[in-house]
Structure formats: C-alpha cells, structure tokens
Design a protein around this ligand. Structure first.
Ligand SMILES: Cc1cc2nc3c(=O)[nH]c(=O)nc-3n(C[C@H](O)[C@H](O)[C@H](O)COP(=O)(O)OP(=O)(O)OC[C@H]3O[C@@H](n4cnc5c(N)ncnc54)[C@H](O)[C@@H]3O)c2cc1C
Length: 491
C-alpha cells in the first residue's frame, strides 16, 4: 500500500520482516508519521506464519482466555499503554487484581508469601519484611548490611547474580533474585547483565550508597505519584495491565489500523541482498532486494528486521557475517508454557494470589506458576480457574522437549502435592518457544551498541534480543526506529 506524497515525491519503500509486536508497532508508527508529514510511503510487512502477533498468542474459547506468551505488560514502561490508548483500546484496559496481589515463593517445600513492599529483591517496608518467614534471620541481617556496605564502582557490567550476592547476600539471591530472573527472562542471574536488566539497581548503589535506601526513596516517590500513576484511572496502583480479551486485542487492533493490504501473511522473507539503487536526484544509495517464499521479490529502500534474533542473523549471514556473528553471540533459552483450566472445586487450597515462583535449588518440576484467573479478570468461565505452568529456561531446556502429556502430568503431580489438586484439567493448551527467550549476558548493551553502530545504511534491527525483552520495550524501540526513519519535520 502507498501513502501518496503531498509534494509528489517517490514513495519511500520500507519492508518490515516479522509480524510480532515489534514489526506491527514499527509499521503502525511509520504510517502515523508518514500521514502526519504528508510523506509518501510504500510499506510492506512480511510474516512467515499464518497469524500475526509472534509470541503474543491469545486464544478465546467457551469463556476461557489463554495466553501462550505474554499476559500482562509493565506499566512503569508506558509505551505499550500509550499504544493501546492510541489504538482506541482505552476502555479495554484492565489492571491486575488489586485484591489478591500476593506472590508466593516455593521454598523449603512450602509456599511462602513474598513480603509486601519488596521491590526488585530488596525491602522498601521493614514491617512486612521482618515478619516474613521467607528469609531466615541471618539472611535478613545480611540483607540489611546493604545499608552500611560501601558502594563499589564496578567498571563496566557485572551479572545480576554477582551484584545481589555482594549487596544483599546469597539467601536474597536464591529466594528473591533467582526466581525473579527465572520468571522474567527464563534465565540464570549469574549469566544475566545487571546493566541490561535492572540498571536502576547499579544507579541506586552509586547514588544512595545502598540498594535498600534507593528503593525506599523510590517507593516513597512512587506513592506520592500514585494518583497520577502511568496507568491512571482504573489502572492506578497496579504494576501491570492487560486487555479484557487478552494481549491479542493489541495485535488485532494493530492489524486493523495497519490494514490488510500492507500485511503479507505466510510470506517468509527467505533472503535479503543489499543492492545499489541508482539515484535520480541524489547519488546512488543502498537498497535491499527481498526474496519471498512465493518466489516473488520486492525492492525496499529501508529494511527493518523484526523477526527473532536468530532469524535476522540468518538473513544477514551471507553478506554481513560480522553482524550476523554478533547477533549469534546473544544466547537464547527455550521455554514451554502450559495453560490448564479446572473446575474451581478441584483445588483444596485457595488460589489467593498471582501464583508462585520457585527458589533456586528447590526440587520442583515447574519453574513458575501463574494463577491466571485470580491475577486477571475474565480469564475463565464462572466457577472455573485457569493456571499457567512455565517449563524450561536456562539449565532446564530439556523440559521443553517433553511430550504435552508429560508436561501436563508434571503440573498435575506438582499441584496435587502443593495445592491439593484432585481433578483433571478441562482445558489444556501447550505453547512452546524454542530459542524464544533472549538472554542478556553481561556486556549485552555494549554488544548491541556495536551492532547498531555497524549496521549498513537503511537497515534496522528490532526485537526482544536487542532493546529489552518486555512488550513495552519492543514497542518503545519500534517507535524510536520509526522516528529515525521518518523524523518529524521542523516547521
Ligand atoms: C512464554 C513467554 C512469556 C512472556 N511473557 C511476557 C509478559 O507477560 N509481558 C511482556 O511484556 N513480555 C513477555 N514476554 C516477552 C515478549 O512476549 C516478547 O519479547 C515479544 O513478544 C517479542 O516480540 P517480537 O515482535 O520482537 O518477536 P516475536 O514475537 O518473536 O515475532 C517475530 C515474528 O517474526 C516472524 N518471522 C521470523 N522470521 C521471519 C522471516 N524470515 N520472514 C517473515 N517473518 C519472520 C515470526 O514468525 C514471528 O511472528 C514473554 C515471552 C515468552 C516467550
């Protein structure tokens, strides 16, 4: 599809490879910018699969809303929220359930509440922390040492594991940081970069001399701003939001706004060749010839690679081997996610929270478990409950290759012991993400900066492996990419 130029100039041809949130968000932002500037744009988005959304994969059936990937988005990073509102989804936004904010940690065979006021592995309120039975007294004292330990100026990056161990101690690492990093990254804190995951922790150490002091100050400021929190209105006070009909509503709204004439489904980009485009007015410049699954070709002035990092690397390998090798250096873990729906009476224990994470070293067949129908409204029919079991991640990859029945059997066995489950699931959905979880190792930001600086003219890289793994990060990076391609014209 082309947007005609008000000045009659030739349209800028932009190809987007990948129809996940990164590709959709950049296509949408480009269209908005082109319309606003009256700039001619010929935009095509190619998606290899037969549906859009990539890892956002929502299914709705008989009152169940299951998510094979993301189920909620962080409000502190407002890009996804802003996009939802821009797409007219304002009245579809829902917060996570304020009445059941408890998160449990499986430790010593029991579910123990994560103390209230805990932020990013450290307490911001002393009362709940001191009363908590999750961390032992020696462990609590060790965490409190953070208040007096001198700040260390670590040159460059370090792992989040090393940081938490030196500031807060081994027990905080095993029971707080490790489950948190497994939940977000399916990763191992010893192998994840502090600066690329929680740079604010490093800043707090430098600014306040202590993580706990920095977090307490931040929490005080956040409470002051609570009324005007990024979500505002019904989202105020919530850390995450979702959409009434699931994350897929964002994908559907983007697809509608972009238009079917721009989106080419079942059209894998099989190869890309840089070519020299003869300039009519300016000097020659680089363009890209795309070779498509149906045997067709398209010539683009700008190319945005928004598939997974390995997919982008394989398109670049034949003619930009150094960049492909750099991308290949970003490790990826695999995960599998099982949605299981039951009659509520099948559980003896109340599902009175968002679910549980698992302390390091705890023998348990599941990495984390969401009590989805407690966390978010409208996920299960009346009288039913929906749970999500996470398998895999760094160190546990073999789990992701188990047959569906084995994954379900492991979840059933775990929950019969832990939650008093005595029924069979009425709904089962298994989603697998081989190599789907990028791992940001120490030095990740420097690696990405080098990659970006070395990109040939007219080429952009998007996706969770480069600019942050959350959906809000992907949307923010997509907006920035569109702004670089079509900057606002100064009046
Ligand atoms: C199990 C799981 C749970 C998650 N939970 C959350 C959460 O709760 N909140 C959150 O914010 N984030 C979450 N994430 C992270 C988030 O979902 C992803 O980082 C984000 O969706 C990635 O989007 P993307 O568009 O960059 O990539 P993808 O979603 O992977 O999309 C890439 C697309 O490109 C296509 N493609 C690849 N190669 C080609 C080619 N050559 N030609 C054409 N098309 C191609 C693929 O088919 C795919 O559709 C989760 C991730 C996983 C795996």
């Amino acid at each position: 599809m082309s947007i005609p130029d008000v000045g009659g100039a030739a349209p800028l041809r932009v190809a987007v490879v990948g129809g996940g949130i990164s590709g959709l968000a950049v296509a949408h932002a480009l269209l908005r910018r082109a319309r606003a500037a009256g700039r001619a744009l010929d935009l095509r988005l190619y998606e290899a699969g037969d549906r859009l959304g990539g890892k956002i994969s929502t299914e709705r059936q008989d009152g169940w809303v299951t998510e094979g990937g993301p189920d909620s988005f962080l409000l502190a990073k407002p890009a996804a929220l802003d996009l939802c509102r821009e797409l007219g989804l304002g009245d579809r936004l829902i917060p996570t359930n304020a009445a059941a904010r408890t998160v449990y940690v499986l430790s010593g065979g029991c579910l123990k509440r994560l103390p209230g006021g805990l932020r990013l592995t450290a307490p911001t309120a002393w009362g709940p922390f001191l009363r908590s039975d999750l961390i032992s007294w020696p462990g609590k004292l060790r965490m409190a040492l953070d208040l007096v330990l001198p700040a260390r100026n670590v040159a460059g990056d370090e792992s989040i594991g090393a940081f938490v161990r030196r500031r807060l101690g081994q027990e905080a690492l095993a029971k707080l940081a490790d489950p948190m990093m497994a939940g977000i990254y399916m990763g191992d804190p010893e192998q994840l970069s502090l600066r690329a995951t929680f740079p604010q922790l490093a800043e707090m150490e430098q600014q306040h001399g202590s993580v706990i002091r920095g977090l307490r100050r931040g929490a005080r400021d956040a409470r002051r701003r609570a009324a005007a929190a990024p979500g505002g209105g019904p989202l105020a006070g919530s850390l995450f939001f979702s959409l009434r009909g699931g994350s897929g509503e964002l994908v559907d709204a983007l697809a509608k706004a972009i238009g079917s004439e721009i989106i080419h489904l079942r059209q894998a980009v099989q190869a890309v060749d840089p070519i020299t485009v003869a300039g009519e007015v300016q000097s020659d410049r680089i363009g890209y010839r795309l070779r498509l699954a149906d045997g067709g070709e398209w010539l683009a002035d700008r190319l945005i690679l928004a598939g997974s990092a390995p997919a982008s690397a394989s398109l670049l390998a034949p003619w930009a081997p150094d960049i492909a090798a750099g991308i290949g250096a970003i490790p990826h873990a695999s995960s599998a996610l099982v949605n299981l729906g039951y009659d509520a009476s099948a559980f003896d224990r109340p599902l009175d929270g968002y679910g549980y994470v698992v302390a390091a070293g705890e023998p348990h067949p599941i990495r984390a478990c969401s009590w989805t129908s407690t966390k978010l409204d409208g996920r299960a029919p009346a009288g039913k409950v929906l749970l999500r079991a996470f398998f895999g991640g760094v160190g546990f990859e073999a789990e992701t290759r188990l047959p569906d029945e084995e994954l379900v059997a492991r979840a059933q066995a775990a929950w019969s012991l832990l939650l008093g489950l005595h029924g069979k699931p009425e709904l089962v959905r298994v989603s697998r993400w081989p190599g789907g979880n990028p791992q940001v190792a120490p030095g990740h930001q420097a690696l990405v900066a080098r990659l970006v600086a070395g990109l040939p003219e007219g080429l952009s890289l998007l996706g969770a492996a480069f600019h942050g793994v959350g959906v809000p990060d992907c949307v923010r990076a997509a907006e920035a990419c569109a702004a670089a391609i079509l900057p606002e014209q100064k009046a």
